[in-house]
Design a protein around this ligand. Structure first.
Ligand code: PLP
Length: 430
């Protein structure tokens, strides 16, 4: 008898964000098609969170797969310094005009965290190259920008960063804007502006911090204030990019345009690891010099991997179709309609939606990532053929755009079931 995959996994794998003591064995997934994941026993699960927010076109997309196959046969990888290739140039040519801002240069890396690292290095070195002493970075409370040290530094200090807090560099954190605090925040930026190199933010929706949503108009005021003090604005659209917020990029809701934008997750349609950091020409020019020390000394082995670039080009073809645009709009409409059906409840708080993202808190325990309700809801959802993975007590839905009306119904039915059973438990306790 050969050991099962879960038994073999238990011996050799260290999973991300997983406490391995007493953990539920992972489910072996053998294939995926559109919204569905299939396990080794033939069960299917609606991937209602797009596999950690990446699979925007669902799984097993034949068009993207074909483009990947073709590119893999032609040129799978080449060093990207001293060489270039069609997929990287073509992707930059197509992406740049779509981005919300005057971006003119694409720097490639491997993932969201590296896209953020590159952005921070660009912003910090920009000022160094210009000979101005600006050293601080500004970020929002509850932000999440990735798991590498620089990205952790600009992220909220939390259970994720706790073991490393002593090693993270100092960052100025401010609250996300509300009508009440906006004047005070603008004043703060104005006071400290001249020491700040860059301001990094997740526009409209803070993802891993708990799907916190805030107003575009208020962010615009902050960005305008920051720009007045020449602070470089870094839009981290790693999660919000590629249709998540209803438009292609969250930055489209803003009047003020960023100087740097970070993309990953949906970039390749969730098929390959790729990161993009795009910058304006003004930024790029600050690195042009006869002095070699002004070079951006950064790169990764797989910078601009041709297969990943080809996958992104294919994903762009799909997301730019009228059909895909309508699907994104439809998910947004259905989320809004669902919000209308949630009445006053003893267990649900702050139900909200932005574009294709729906979220609410359940009132059990404290609002924190290690709240015990998350894994319980995941288990219940799997039993009903749906995959959800709450962030602590924040339940959210972020489906692939190809989700069907019927699958949407199933997801909403599960949410209602979840809420009702928690309400029942509450009333028993009273
Ligand atoms: C996921 C995420 C990152 C990090 O991306 P990885 O590919 O996981 O390294 C950075 N910023 C935001 C806003 C994210 O949601």
């Amino acid at each position: 008898m050969t050991n099962s995959l879960t038994e073999r996994d238990a011996k050799v794998i260290w999973h991300p964000y997983t406490q391995h003591k007493n953990f539920l064995p992972p489910i072996p997934i053998v294939s995926g098609k559109d919204t569905l994941l299939f396990d080794d026993k033939g069960n299917s699960y609606i991937d209602a969170i797009s596999s950690w927010w990446v699979s925007i076109h669902g799984h097993g997309n034949a068009y993207i797969a074909e483009k990947i196959y073709q590119q893999a046969g032609r040129l799978e990888q080449v060093i990207f310094t001293g060489f270039t290739h069609e997929p990287a140039v073509r992707l930059a040519e197509r992406l740049l005009p779509l981005l919300p801002g005057d971006f003119s240069r694409v720097f490639y890396s491997d993932n969201g965290s590296t896209a953020v690292e590159v952005a921070m290095k660009m912003a910090i070195q920009y000022w160094g190259n210009k000979g101005e002493a600006r050293t601080k970075l500004l970020a929002f409370h509850n932000s999440y920008h990735g798991d590498t040290f620089g990205a952790m530094s600009v992220s909220e200090r939390s259970v994720f960063t706790a073991p490393f807090n002593d090693y993270l560099f100092e960052v100025i954190f401010i609250d996300t804007p509300t009508p009440e605090n906006i004047d005070q925040l603008c004043h703060f930026i104005h006071e400290h502006g001249r020491e700040i190199a860059g301001f990094i933010y997740e526009p409209l929706v803070q993802g891993a911090g708990g799907m916190i949503m805030y107003e575009a108009a208020l962010l615009d005021r902050l960005l305008t204030e920051a720009a007045a003090d020449r602070i470089l604005c870094i839009a981290d659209e790693v999660m919000t990019g590629f249709g998540r917020t209803g438009r292609l990029f969250a930055g489209e809701y803003l009047r003020h345009k960023a100087d740097i934008i970070c993309l990953s997750k949906g970039l390749t349609g969730g098929t390959m690891a790729l990161g993009v950091t795009a910058a304006t020409e003004r930024l790029f020019e600050a690195f042009l010099s006869d002095d070699k020390r002004k070079t951006l000394f950064h790169g990764h082995s797989f910078t601009a991997n041709p297969i990943a670039c080809a996958a992104s080009l294919a994903s762009l073809d799909i997301i730019l179709t009228e059909e895909c645009r309508q699907r994104i709009e439809r998910i947004g409409q259905r989320h809004q309609a669902f919000l209308q059906t949630i009445g006053p409840s003893s267990v649900v708080r702050n139900a909200r939606a932005t574009g294709t993202i729906l979220a609410f808190e359940v009132n059990t325990g404290r609002d924190e990532y290690i709240n015990a309700i998350g894994p319980v809801i995941t288990k219940q959802s799997l039993e009903r053929g749906i995959y959800l993975r709450p962030l602590g007590n924040t339940v959210y839905v972020m489906p692939p755009y190809c989700i069907t009306e019927k699958e949407m119904d199933q997801v909403y039915e599960f949410l209602v079931h979840c809420i009702t059973s928690l309400e029942e438990k509450n009333s028993i306790r009273i």
